[in-house]
Design a protein around this ligand. Structure first.
Ligand code: ATP
Ligand code: MG
Length: 295
């Protein structure tokens, strides 16, 4: 029988019809699956009550080759508690989001929400979406609330009595961070920002990676092309004042894309020339120029 005809006739009879024909459960399953019905047609499952929706688990991607930051990570994980607001501050590219992501994954490595945040994890980045109203709407919808009468009311309703972790990334871009913070209730909040002024309470500065770890990371990114220990070390020292190799990678990629390395604040051609010449083999520089994939 053609699949569609089998499906049409089965949709009329369903599992009850199969049982009436005297088919075993296994034979019924095979017939239903081959007709294109999913396991949801299992009669046992159909009689089960609707399970409650899983809490949201919105985790940002982890950094490739996450390196160092053991102390910062431990402290951050300790501080992320229901009702607490933690702000990570630092210049662009220093590693705020990477650190936040690592902490979130440490708290929720599997499919379950973190034990201390049983109502899940909500992640919103204000980059490209600076409107607080959009963040509030996303929060409301994550718990099945329509954003009425206003997104702020709905988000407050959604988080009321809940213990979730709210991650607000790139807060310096938000048009009204306060509006989003005001709905947090007893949830934990993790903010990342380039500005201290965005910290609702106190903040933690994320410093550039120390040189040995910066070298380790540069070599992880560059592989054999950055194997020259001395060259990699000199490059990290040279660019250290530009936050870290993390930010520097962004700078070199941007520079390479525009054909000139002058787009990074404070970066001068002289610095660039020194950077190139600092690397005898130029291996690490080449790896950055070519936008070497970290994988
Ligand atoms: N400790 C680390 N180990 C490995 N990679 C890192 C680390 N810290 C940052 N990175 C990588 O460096 C780049 C910049 O880091 P990240 O995006 O976290 O910076 P940021 O401080 O959040 O910057 P911005 O203010 O622009 O959002 C990313 O590609 C990130 O994955
Ligand atoms: Mg960031």
């Amino acid at each position: 029988m053609a699949n569609w005809r089998l499906k049409a006739s089965l949709s009329a009879t369903d599992t009850g019809g199969c049982q009436a024909l005297g088919l075993t459960k296994e034979a019924t399953d095979i017939l239903l699956i081959s007709a294109g019905f999913g396991p949801e047609h299992d009669s046992a499952k159909q009689t089960q009550p609707q399970s409650t929706p899983r809490p949201p688990l919105q985790r940002p991607p982890r950094a490739f080759h996450f390196t160092g930051r053991a102390d910062e990570l431990r402290r951050l994980i300790d501080q992320l508690q229901p009702g607490a607001v933690v702000t990570l501050c630092g210049p662009g590219g220093v590693g705020k989001t990477a650190l936040a992501a690592e902490a979130i994954w440490a708290l929720a490595p599997g499919d379950e929400p973190p034990a201390r945040f049983p109502d899940g994890v909500l992640f919103h980045t204000f980059y490209h979406q600076p409107q607080a109203a959009l963040a509030l709407e996303a929060i409301a919808r994550a718990y099945g609330e329509e954003p009425r009468p206003t997104p702020q009311d709905a988000a407050r309703r959604a988080l009321s009595g809940r213990a979730a972790l709210l991650v607000l990334d790139g807060a310096e871009a938000a048009d009204d961070l306060g509006a989003v913070l005001s709905v947090a209730g007893g949830c934990g909040v993790l903010v990342t920002s380039r500005r201290h002024a965005d910290a609702p309470v106190c903040w933690q500065d994320v410093a550039p990676l120390p040189n040995p770890e910066a070298v380790q990371l540069l070599q992880a990114w560059g592989g054999v092309r950055a194997a020259d220990q001395a060259a990699a070390g000199r490059i990290c020292t040279l660019v250290g004042r530009f936050r870290s190799p993390c930010g520097w990678r962004g700078a070199t990629w941007r520079g390479a894309a525009r054909g000139r390395p002058t787009t990074w604040p404070g970066w001068r051609r002289r610095d660039w020339r020194r950077c190139i010449s600092a690397s005898a083999s130029a291996t690490a520089c080449r790896c950055c120029w070519s936008g070497a994939s970290p994988r």
